[in-house]
Design a protein around this ligand. Structure first.
Ligand code: IPM
Ligand code: MN
Length: 330
């Protein structure tokens, strides 16, 4: 029927509500997508908590998924299912664009950056143990292979979109070996892209000035990308606005940068923009550019007009009212 099937993981907390916004808007835009909703309620397998096989096989079959936030227990309990998904499908690059939204004013105007985060290792390797009571070690794992893979991806991405500068973010002054390896690999990979300007900057220096987020592509190890992407979101109006794509060689999973926001779950207050823009990234990834453009324009026009803003953006509209405002532009 000329349709594409995409796996939909609605997620926890505000997940089902913001997922409904995506479904309603895709339907209104007559997007040729059929959703295959899968449940990712954690299951116990070989003594480990993981995602159901049915969800895994759906993503394997469809190759593309859109995903709402999955709640992660703090300090104890099972490993984050978000990470399980990234690892299961070897989604090695996490692409997090962050651009100021025309018409939505914050203290900082022209933020325009793409942050690319290594997505499989670093402090997220999950290798931890207690040496003796009161002393624990968490291993930050950095390999040349994973570093090179994400760095090459970053340069290729820059090339594809005409971005002239790639900057590696690191802390090789302190983490001389691990970040040192990431940085030296970056310098090597940069040689293969002589027409792209390469620079490197210390992580802490990158938090000092919003002007550092103009017209640049940043690439960095996993944890730094987690933190800096939230900070970037803060520059443009918060986590309600920033999308992401977890990209692998075969499958890709698109999701908002934010979490499940249990404090406002079920209250129709959540801003669905981040998941919507993630779905726009997904359409672009699938080559459905005219559908992507149409939906993106409707979202940006709604935000710029400013009459249907949700609470996080200083408005008083509900999620449904915002969604309806977008739908009415399609
Ligand atoms: C993100 C999230 C995840 C992360 C959590 C939910 C595991 O914060 O996508 O940035 O830390 O990567
Ligand atoms: Mn995060």
């Amino acid at each position: 029927n000329g349709n594409y099937t995409v796996t939909f993981i609605e997620g926890d907390g505000i997940g089902p509500e913001i997922s409904k916004s995506v479904k309603d808007i895709f339907a209104a835009a007559k997007t040729p997508i059929e959703w295959e909703s899968v449940d990712v309620t954690p299951i116990l397998k070989d003594g480990k908590t993981t995602i159901p096989d049915e969800a895994i096989s759906s993503v394997k079959k469809n190759l593309v998924a859109l995903k709402g936030p999955l709640a992660t227990p703090i300090g104890k309990g099972h490993v984050s299912l978000n990470l399980t998904l990234r690892r299961t499908f070897n989604l090695f690059a996490n692409v997090r664009p962050c651009r100021s939204i025309a018409g939505y004013k914050t203290a900082y105007d022209d933020v325009d950056t793409i942050l690319i985060r290594e997505n499989t290792e670093g402090e997220y390797s999950g290798i931890e143990h207690e040496v003796v009571e009161g002393v624990v070690q968490s291993i930050k794992l950095i390999t040349r292979e994973a570093s090179e893979r994400v760095l090459r991806f970053a340069f290729q991405h820059a090339e594809a979109i005409g971005q002239k500068e790639v900057r590696a973010v690191h802390k090789a002054t302190i983490m001389k070996m691990s970040d040192g390896l990431f940085l030296s690999t970056a310098k090597e990979v940069a040689k293969d892209f002589p027409h792209i300007r390469f620079s490197a900057e210390l992580l802490d220096n990158m938090t000092t000035n919003p002007n550092l987020y103009r017209d640049i592509l940043l690439v960095m190890p996993n944890l730094y990308g987690d933190i800096l992407s939230d900070m970037c979101a803060g520059l443009i109006g918060g986590l309600g606005l920033t999308p992401s794509g977890n990209i692998g060689d075969e499958c890709s999973i698109f999701e908002a940068v934010h979490g499940s926001a249990p404090d406002i779950a079920g209250m129709d207050l959540a801003n669905p923009t981040a998941l919507l823009l993630s779905s726009v990234m997904m359409l672009q990834h699938m080559g459905l550019n005219s559908h992507a453009d149409k939906i993106q324009k409707a979202i940006f026009d709604t935000l710029a007009e400013g009459r249907a803003l949700t609470k996080d953006l200083g408005g008083s509209s509900t999620r449904s009212q915002f969604t309806q405002a977008v739908v009415s532009r399609l």
